[in-house]
Design a protein around this ligand. Structure first.
Ligand code: SAH
Length: 196
């Protein structure tokens, strides 16, 4: 069994039962393109449900079967329709250009260096021309003494995405976890796919 399956046997630290405030703020500010959203590495779907409740047509993909089962159960309970599927972000099972937006809450910071360009290409591929990508990751400003995921620098974000995307902003943000009362230090990136 993969270690991701293992962590979803109990409630993982990021599975906070509410959407990440950074995505709530993006919706309130009208920064997402209207239409469809792919939540990649969606976990049990809190951000996906928030977007579905706000009129977006949402697809959620996660590698971990247990997470998708939990997300589907919540979908029934909450009467919110999201198309949840098991899938790999490094090889997405969608045609080119089908999503107006892709969101990523805590997936990018899990990848080893070699996977980063593969992932950036996949996100760009499934986005419509001028589709937008929004990514929340732990930042270099979060202390490393307690463990947790990789810390990401602005330079790393730029190096990974700027070939295929125009980076609109990389903002200080916080990442709500079950271990932090006021969130871990994070970056929220907004990037627009450069038409091929
Ligand atoms: N977005 C969710 C989960 C973040 S944790 C939230 O905010 O709660 C990172 C998630 O990415 C986990 O659910 C893990 O199963 C998933 N994941 C890891 N590698 C993946 C990959 N290659 N493709 C798709 N999902 C992946």
């Amino acid at each position: 069994m993969s270690s991701w399956e293992e962590v979803y046997k109990t409630t993982p630290p990021w599975d906070v039962g509410v959407p990440q405030p950074a995505f709530v703020e993006l919706v309130k500010a009208g920064e997402l393109n209207s239409g469809s959203v792919l939540d990649v590495g969606c976990g049990t779907g809190e951000n996906a449900f928030y977007l579905a409740g706000n009129g977006f047509s949402v697809t959620g993909v996660d590698l971990t079967r247990r997470a998708i089962i939990a997300a589907k159960a919540k979908s029934v309970e909450r009467k919110l329709k999201v198309d949840f599927r098991i899938g790999n972000a490094l090889s997405l099972d969608f045609k080119d250009g089908v999503f107006d937006n892709v969101i990523d809450s805590g997936l990018f910071h899990t990848f080893p260096d070699d996977d980063r360009p593969v992932y950036a290409r996949e996100v760009a591929r499934v986005l419509a021309p001028r589709g937008r990508y929004f990514m929340l990751c732990f930042s270099e400003k979060e202390p490393t003494d307690w463990g947790g995921p990789r810390r990401i620098t602005r330079k790393e974000i730029e190096a990974t995405f700027s070939l295929l995307f125009k980076i609109n902003h990389i903002r200080d943000a916080s990442f709500t976890t079950r271990f932090h009362s006021d969130g871990a230090k994070a970056y929220l990136t907004s990037a627009t796919r450069i038409p091929a």
